[in-house]
Design a protein around this ligand. Structure first.
Ligand SMILES: [Zn+2]
Length: 507
């Protein structure tokens, strides 16, 4: 942290040598600039040269291009650690939610080269992925290649034909060794941490999970997890979280705990307190949450294996089939689980006070867990498809806008604290592994010009659960700038630019 501030100050001094008369490529005037690292919350002008912020100043400056942002908040571009929807349509919808960096650190990808090649040159937002532990299991147990992100290449659908061995099998000793090698290779090919979504294969051998902590430790990486057990009763979601906190502390590897309320359910406050105590005792644990009481996954997921009603407190009537919007019955549940194992459903399983405790905790990051938005056949939509056409849980489209509305109206967090949870805490966590992140998540001279500019009175997530509203654009995000390029300007998409850059381990 000290090193980062020193560097930022040094770059700031260099920028000040440039005369105030210089014309910058782009100047944003009159914005209320919020920088969570320095706690700046003042009206400033921002000068951008190329892909970086050259100056943040109260002085008048001019540029070849000017944006008047009076009355708006300028924040560092939002960083989503949990964007499963890596297709162009889902990415477009998410840009309208202020997210200038959209990573999948939970499910991840394998091989990483396939993922990064698929995204290069076509991305509106910056992108990155963890090494997908589940993808290693898919390859070894079902013979299914993920070819990058398994959420995007229908790898899960293919595994349905081999009985989803990856989700129910225990690895052999030989497979554990092979997983170690695949994952190590993925880290060396840029994977941002190891994504261990063991919640989808809860009978996995504990030794195999512990090995991922060792592999992370040996290769200067970290763990992210969707832990075991979506359950209020033992073995509970909190117990699943304990497994990873113990590994994080034993092997001294940082940890991202995705969507804490999703697994901890009515024990969410205890789960949050455990993270706080771990961090107070020297751990580096970053918890995450989204501002919805409903969750979403694919219908063959282990969480819906027999006994799910007792474990989760839900029944068939709490499940919605995304493609049709219908509420499931025992009959349709069994039909879809057999015939469409990779189809998405939405479930109501989190209580409002638990969700609020998580999203308003000053150290818990906001992450969308946005599933890929799909058409009524379960396929990705073309980039040009209208807002509202995509089907899925509204968190894909509205997470950050909805969070800002709740946090601003709640009033207990300061604006720099509110913004830290959308950008700075994420960048600070990744910085030891991806040094370029020292220049993101901040709004300072010398950082990349990823800037989310929103109207604090208007901002909100507009996506809902009803058909036709799942993928409505968030409102209030007036300008969204990625690496110096306005991707959204005056509320309109500039589809001609694709300024998103790869973020990889070691770079
Ligand atoms: Zn998850």
């Amino acid at each position: 942290m000290i090193r980062t501030i020193t560097m930022a100050v040094a770059i700031g001094v260099m920028s000040n040598i440039v005369s105030a008369e210089e014309r910058y490529d782009l100047v944003i005037t009159g914005a209320r600039v919020v920088d969570p690292e320095t706690m700046l919350d003042q009206v400033r002008n921002i000068g951008i040269s190329g892909e970086e912020i050259a100056i943040v100043t109260p002085e008048a400056i001019s540029g070849a291009d000017m944006i008047d942002a009076s009355g708006l908040i300028a924040a560092p571009g939002f960083i989503d650690f949990h964007a499963h929807g890596q297709d162009p349509y889902s990415e477009k919808v998410s840009i309208f939610d202020g997210r200038t960096t959209q990573m999948d650190l939970e499910a991840g990808a394998l091989p990483l080269s396939d993922y990064y090649e698929a995204k290069a040159g076509i991305s509106l937002a910056n992108y990155g992925a963890s090494v997908g532990h589940a993808s290693a299991r898919l390859l070894l147990m079902d013979g299914v290649e993920s070819h990058g992100s398994p959420m995007m290449t229908h790898a899960l659908q293919k595994a349905g034909k081999t009985g989803n061995q990856w989700s129910v099998n225990q690895a052999t000793d030989e497979q554990l060794d092979q997983i170690d090698d695949l994952v190590t290779d993925g880290i060396h090919n840029g994977g941002l941490g190891i994504g261990v979504m063991v919640g989808y294969y809860p009978s996995a051998r504990s030794e195999g999970i512990a090995r991922m902590a060792r592999v992370a430790s040996d290769n200067h990486s970290f763990l992210t997890t969707h832990p075991r057990y979506l359950s209020n009763i033992a073995p509970s979601g909190v117990l699943g979280q304990q497994e990873f906190i113990a590994l994080s502390m034993a092997y001294d590897v940082p940890l991202v705990l995705h969507h804490i309320p999703t697994n901890a359910l009515s024990d969410t406050k205890a789960a949050l307190a455990m993270v706080d105590r771990g961090n107070a005792n020297g751990a580096t644990i970053l918890g995450e949450a989204f501002p919805y009481v409903k969750g979403s996954s694919f219908i063959a997921a282990e969480i819906l294996s027999p006994g799910w009603q007792e474990r989760t407190g839900m029944d068939y009537s709490d499940l919605i089939w995304v493609e049709t919007g219908e509420t499931l019955t025992e009959e349709t549940f069994n039909k879809y689980r057999t015939e469409r194992p990779d189809g998405f459903f939405v479930m109501e399983h989190i209580k409002e006070p638990d969700m609020m405790a998580a999203i308003l905790h000053p150290d818990i990051i906001i992450g969308s867990d946005g599933m890929p938005l799909v058409d009524d056949d379960g396929h990705s939509l073309p980039f040009d498809a209208p807002f509202g056409a995509g089907l899925g849980h509204p968190r894909s489209a509205g997470t950050f806008g909805k969070y800002l509305r709740i946090a601003i109206d709640d009033g207990t967090l300061t604006m720099p604290q509110i913004i830290a949870k959308t950008a700075y805490l994420q960048a600070e966590f990744l910085e030891p592994f991806a040094p370029s992140m020292a220049k993101r998540g901040r709004l300072q001279a010398g950082t990349f010009a990823d800037i989310t500019i929103f109207d604090p009175d208007e901002v909100n997530g507009m996506a809902g659960y009803d058909a036709g509203t799942n993928s409505l654009a968030s409102k209030g995000f007036v300008h969204v700038i990625v690496n110096g390029h306005p991707v959204i300007r005056d509320g309109e998409l500039n589809a001609d630019v694709h300024p998103g850059e790869a973020i990889r381990a070691g770079q």
